[in-house]
Design a binder for this molecule. Structure first.
Ligand SMILES: C[S@@+](CC[C@H](N)C(=O)[O-])C[C@H]1O[C@@H](n2cnc3c(N)ncnc32)[C@H](O)[C@@H]1O
Length: 207
């Protein structure tokens, strides 16, 4: 088998080929459920990071919320971030590796869609987010379509020649807890007769 390519290189190519917006459109229904889950009850100003933001569409959506005072999208794919900066305020996007980047200020909410399984050790990223990105009382909401119970997804690492870490719902919840998150729970978003649904995961960093 040929050497696997880096996820950030794969997605830089996708952005060059114009596939970024189609991906955003596919993810939008699940992301809506995740954003509703963390934003509906919010009544005071909040700050927000989108981890692996792609072309930045979630940041643009969240900035429409008058209570959002600070929002940053971070992605390691340079062409995705170029695209994001073309479509929104440049200062809201950074091109960095999620495992090493530290925000200027900690935030209330971290969101990520279809990102966590690209890491060989997702717990390392969860530890980093918990310790270095989230304020006390902060929340993490994350969606994955590649997971054990979604059998149709199992061929993706071979199809795309990219590393993906396959975990079950219980294993994901367990590593959220290992990172220190409380109130961990999950649900399936946007399921249908031919899609098991996005596995959405939530964790709370208590104050
Ligand atoms: C499937 S795409 C999802 C993009 C976006 N969340 C969306 O829903 O449109 C996964 C994204 O994670 C980014 N990514 C993967 N590994 C990364 C890493 N180590 N550091 C930064 N970004 C990474 C990729 O570059 C890509 O843009």
């Amino acid at each position: 088998m040929a050497d696997q390519i880096k996820a950030t290189d794969l997605f830089s190519n996708w952005a060059k080929e114009g596939k970024d917006q189609r991906m955003a459109n596919t993810h939008a229904p699940s992301v809506k459920e995740m954003l509703d889950h963390v934003l509906t009850a919010i009544s005071s100003p909040f700050s927000f990071i989108d981890a692996g933001c792609g072309n930045g569409w979630v940041i643009r959506k969240v900035l429409e919320n008058d209570l959002c005072k600070y929002a940053v999208g971070v992605d390691g794919a340079s062409t995705m971030i170029e695209q994001a900066k073309l479509n929104g305020p440049k200062e809201n996007y950074v091109c960095e590796d999620l495992l090493s980047w530290i925000p200027d200020q900690k935030v209330d909410i971290v969101h990520s869609m279809e990102v966590l399984y690209y890491f060989k050790e997702p717990l390392k990223l969860l530890n980093h987010i918990f310790k270095n990105w989230l304020k006390p009382n902060g929340k993490l909401v994350s969606g994955v379509d590649f997971y054990f119970e979604n059998e149709k997804s199992h061929s993706w690492p071979t199809d795309l020649n990219v590393h993906m870490t396959l975990l079950s719902k219980e294993e994901w919840l367990s590593i959220f807890q290992s990172a220190g998150f409380l109130d961990c729970h999950s649900w399936y978003a946007n399921g249908s007769s031919d899609f098991h649904g996005t596995l959405c995961l939530f964790g709370h960093k208590h104050s």
